[in-house]
Design a protein around this ligand. Structure first.
Ligand code: FES
Length: 103
């Protein structure tokens, strides 16, 4: 079972196991605290952008909607939308954090 680790403010982390094909948004929703901000949840606003620090290859490829919005933000390849991204089946580890306002 894959794991997803969120780096939070103040050097805290939140880590959760993820069912095969699990969505990042579902993991975020199950967290005991807000780990990524959300708004539209449909690849329209960019609020949920995250930086993938490790394990980007453990995520399913972006669909056209996610790619289109990331392009609008001129996001580097390490950025994903937490409302869109899903984890591949397997035992991998994904490490990420929410995009900061100055990024
Ligand atoms: S919450 Fe709006 S793009 Fe993900």
């Amino acid at each position: 079972m894959a794991r997803v680790r969120f780096l939070l403010d103040d050097d805290k982390t939140f880590e959760a196991s993820c069912a095969d094909g699990g969505k990042l948004a579902d993991i975020c929703d199950a967290a005991p605290q807000a780990v990524v901000p959300f708004s539209c949840r449909s690849a329209n606003c960019g609020t949920c952008r995250v930086v993938i620090l490790e394990g980007g290859n453990e995520l399913q490829s972006q669909d056209d909607e996610e790619l289109d919005l990331l392009e609008i933000f001129r996001a580097p390849p390490s950025h994903r939308l937490a409302c869109c991204a899903s984890v591949k089946p397997g035992d991998g580890l994904v490490v990420l954090r929410a995009v900061r306002e100055d990024e």
